[in-house]
Design a binder for this molecule. Structure first.
Ligand SMILES: [Zn+2]
Length: 430
């Protein structure tokens, strides 16, 4: 029944049923290898069991066959920087006025929108709801991507994660404030109690923190080292919000795993981040939306001033980082308001092609292989290879020729997560 006797023979014949086959598509496998025409991807249960050229294996009659002819087959996309906070407004006071229950319901819809747009994994780098949404999705209660959740961010007092405009005693609803290495260790242990997958810290000021500046460093090196040590001891990664130069430098030296935003990265820090093997997660999508639509949407003037200042330097800095070969992963910083809506996240890939001059293949790797590395999940997801979890999307058009096809969700015809078809936009199964 099988044409050749390679390993796929054993793989396919050894199971009874439960096999899905995606055939006939143009394969971008996420490894960076040359794309292949007319592929057959065989999925057994949750995993990819074979990736071959059409004709090299015979498809078993019991298999559920998805005809991807004329379409692109690629790994599910990964956004390494979102906030599932159920936000619908850019007004920083929204979370005080809108009941928590309403925000949770919105966030669960946002999770669905992410997977409907082809994002099969996301990293929530700070929201109270992340761990609960992750679990609700994993147990099948709601539909959404695989989530790695940071829970509440950890900030110094008067830091980016401290909501300076709120009364001090309200802030603990949204963040954990810690000062000095001892409190920093305790803060990590407190968020670990919430069952988080990673730790999010803020090592510089930011745009949406009213009274600080992105250039100001936050947490001392000693404090960052304490956080990283405590997190790494229990196998959790640390993601650092770091926009200013000194905050980026301290984050890298302190041993964090990913540098978020990284606006003021320069030649010296480019060398440092490469030397230490860390991953940069620029978030150009939110910058672009804020600069274009922020004023009209009602973003406060103090935040608009700061984003314009950062934007005037960060594109050039990201260009340099890209050209120097810094490992970069996709992040959007989207959170749900109309100007940064969940589901529109693929705009980040488009901006990197347009504004950084990045090659389409490179940004696809940033959204797949390198993003998986940023999450520490490179053994499980990010590429379409034998033994990986079957997170697969089938897309109308060829994103290597036109990266914008990924942004139109109607082009995302099939979304498969761990071997289950979560979205099917009109592809009939044989
Ligand atoms: Zn963020």
């Amino acid at each position: 029944m099988f044409i050749n006797d390679n390993t796929s023979y054993l793989c396919v014949v050894s199971v009874m049923g439960g096999i899905k086959v995606i055939r006939g598509g143009y394969l971008i496998d996420g490894t960076g290898r040359e794309p292949l025409e007319d592929v057959v991807v065989v999925i057994k249960g949750r995993e990819i069991c074979e990736v071959s050229k059409e004709g090299t294996i015979e498809i078993p009659s019991s298999a559920e066959v998805i005809d991807a002819s004329g379409m692109t087959v690629m790994p599910g996309l990964i956004d390494c920087h979102v906030h599932l906070s159920g936000s619908r407004s850019v007004n920083p006071f929204e979370r005080l006025r809108v009941p928590r229950y309403l925000r949770i319901l919105r966030a669960s819809v946002d999770a669905r929108k992410l997977i409907e747009a082809g994002f099969t994994t996301i990293r929530d780098v700070g929201s109270e709801f992340g761990p609960a949404l992750r679990d609700a999705i994993a147990e099948g209660t709601i539909v959404g991507p695989r989530i790695l959740a940071a829970g509440k961010p950890i900030s110094q007092t008067f830091g980016h994660g401290d909501w300076h405009y709120l009364p001090y005693h309200w802030v603990k609803e949204f963040a954990i404030l810690a000062d000095g290495p001892y409190e920093c260790r305790k803060a990590v242990r407190l968020v670990l109690r919430d069952g988080v997958d990673l730790i999010k810290i803020c090592t510089s000021g930011g745009v949406f923190s009213e009274k600080d500046e992105p250039a100001w460093p936050q947490f001392t090196l000693e404090e960052i080292e304490a956080i990283v040590d405590e997190a790494h001891r229990v196998g959790r990664r640390v993601a650092a919000h770091a926009e200013g130069w000194e905050g980026i430098k301290n984050a890298i030296l302190g041993g964090v795993d990913t540098v978020e935003h990284g606006d003021q990265i320069d030649e010296e820090l480019i060398e440092l981040i490469k030397e230490k093997g860390k991953i940069l997660v620029p978030t150009m999508a939110i910058d672009d939306a804020m600069v274009k639509h922020g004023e009209k949407a009602g973003i406060p003037t103090w935040a608009m001033r700061k984003i314009r200042e950062l934007r005037s330097v960060n594109i050039r800095n990201y260009q340099k980082a890209y050209k120097a070969g810094v490992r970069m992963a996709i992040g959007t910083d989207y959170g749900g308001p109309e100007i940064f809506p969940m589901g529109g996240n693929a705009v980040e890939l488009e901006l990197r092609v347009k504004l950084l001059g990045a090659k389409e293949m490179d940004v696809i790797l940033q959204a797949t292989k390198i993003a998986a590395e940023a999450l520490g999940l490179e053994d499980k997801i990010g590429t379409l290879e034998k033994g990986k979890l079957a997170d697969v999307i089938v897309v109308n058009g060829n994103p290597l020729k036109d990266i914008t096809v990924l942004r139109d969700v109607s082009n995302i015809r099939i979304v498969m997560k761990e071997g289950s078809i979560v979205v099917n936009r009109g592809i009939s199964k044989a």
